[in-house]
Design a protein around this ligand. Structure first.
Ligand code: UDX
Length: 440
């Protein structure tokens, strides 16, 4: 099939590349000429494991192309994906100007029937707004379809190639047929393509992300309670998650959810509910708890250092909001950095992918190390904020030698408590006993 993808951000690039991989002709459009030229030369502007191989292969096979020319891109396309940003506006609501602007541009150019798909996460009612733009600006028949993405950063290629489900919101038989054909290769293992109306599809995305954010937040509260009652959250998590109705995934407590989706989507759903005079109370509690959870580590440190960290030096392992990405949007590490610097501490950070982005954002406010052990040199303690694999089984001997004190605050529960007891580290994690407190 012939596909155009408007917007070459994270979602657009993953979508375009993965659609080309099953043999479609894909052309991606962006207004930034420099970016388009780089992509034409095979330069992938984002970091996403596994994407580069598919990207190179499909460019080489001429199935994946790039242009700044919208007219050229949509001329032969049967399906046009809108993968444009919908950043929160000043009032916290999703800003639809890019999506509606692109719809207007497309409307002025279309000559024959097209299916236009909104791929960006958009508030309920957006498909209707896009439809209205086409109605006002062209006489050509256009079907507007909602097809939310459920990609997780770090495993986006896998999520796209083998989705748990594909949600398609449309009431047009034509559009349904085309979308079914397009997604058939991705659901061969029997996972469903679920067709529904546009509004239900738009709400599905928000409900899914908000539910997952709620699940994590609930577990974070259970973890906080575990610390008070002397229970171990690892055990509680296993006990609870073994119930099929609850499930094992997304029950890992930590220092709060971050990233480009959960925080934005939970807030957007709460705000849209308000528009319909519905007070979605549980979401407000989720946002509130998550905000304080991000600072849980700092709270623990303040307790340990009796409220004074002035002049102390801390090593920080992990900046990205989660492993296998350089994305630092709403990363708990950023909140930890701000608080500790405000309290007069010094920070030396290491992250396998996220350092460049933090450097751009925070400049000289903190220092960066070349590797995880260098960050420890002369530090009063180690803080762990992201569960990168390389942090899971470190050289504890080197840690002991480099750190000034054997003190670890772990926001991701990476180490076994018994091991830490044996190794003699003061170790404070989330929802588990504090060990080797005598060290303190
Ligand atoms: C999420 C959704 O999973 C995806 O379906 C949607 O399309 C976009 O938003 P992503 O933001 O890439 O994907 O990351 P995800 O792996 O879902 O993690 C989100 C946040 O939750 C991270 O900050 C992560 O650390 C946190 N998390 C996740 C936990 O704290 N505990 C868990 O058990 C799982």
């Amino acid at each position: 099939m012939k596909i155009a993808v408007i917007g070459t951000g994270y979602v657009g690039l993953v979508t375009g590349t993965c659609l080309a991989e099953t043999g479609n002709d894909v052309i991606c459009v962006d207004i930034v000429e420099e970016k388009v030229n780089k992509m034409k030369n095979g330069e992938l502007p984002i970091y996403e494991p596994g994407l580069d191989v598919l990207f190179d292969r499909n460019i080489e096979q001429n199935r994946l192309k790039f242009t700044t020319n919208l007219a050229e891109a949509i001329e032969d396309a049967q399906i046009i994906f809108l993968a444009l940003p919908t950043p929160p506006g000043g009032d916290g609501r999703a800003d639809l100007s890019y999506v509606l602007g692109a719809a207007k541009d497309i409307a002025s150019l279309v000559k024959d029937y097209k299916v236009v798909v909104t791929k960006s996460t958009v508030p309920v009612g957006t498909a209707d707004k896009v439809k209205a733009v086409f109605k006002e600006n062209t006489l050509v028949e256009v079907d507007v379809v909602s097809n939310p993405e459920f990609l997780r950063e770090g495993v986006a290629v896998d999520d796209f190639m083998k989705p748990d489900r594909v949600v398609v919101g449309t009431r047009s038989e034509n559009a349904k047929k085309l979308m079914e054909e397009l997604y058939a290769p991705y659901v061969r293992s029997g996972n469903p393509i679920i067709f529904m109306d546009e509004r239900s599809s738009e709400l599905t995305k928000y409900a899914a992300n908000s539910f997952l954010a709620t699940k994590i937040t609930f577990m974070n509260e259970v973890a906080n309670l575990c610390e008070l009652v002397g229970a171990d959250v690892d055990m509680v998590r296993k006990g609870v998650g073994s119930d099929d109705r609850i499930g094992k995934r997304f029950l890992f407590p930590g220092i709060g959810y971050g990233g480009s989706c959960f925080p934005k989507d939970v807030q957007a759903l709460a705000l849209s509910s308000e528009e319909y005079n519905y007070d979605f109370r549980i979401l407000k509690a989720v946002m509130d708890v998550n905000q304080s959870q991000k600072l849980k580590i700092v709270e623990k440190m303040m307790n340990y250092y009796k409220g004074d960290v002035k002049g102390k030096k801390f090593a920080l392992w992990g900046l990205a909001f989660k492993p296998e990405t350089d994305d630092i949007r709403e990363a708990p590490a950023l909140y930890i950095i701000d608080e500790l610097i405000k309290a007069g501490a010094e920070i030396v950070a290491y992250d396998p992918e996220g350092m460049e982005n933090v450097r751009k954002l925070k400049g000289d406010a903190l220092a960066f190390a070349d590797n995880q052990y260098q960050a420890l040199e002369g530090a009063d303690a180690l803080i762990i904020a992201t569960e990168w694999q390389v942090f899971r089984n470190p050289d504890f001997k080197q840690m002991e030698e480099k750190l000034k004190a054997k003190v670890v605050f772990d926001g991701r529960n990476l180490y076994d408590l018994h091991r830490m007891i044996d190794l003699g580290f003061y170790y404070n994690s989330i929802g588990r006993a504090e060990v080797n407190t005598k060290q303190a």
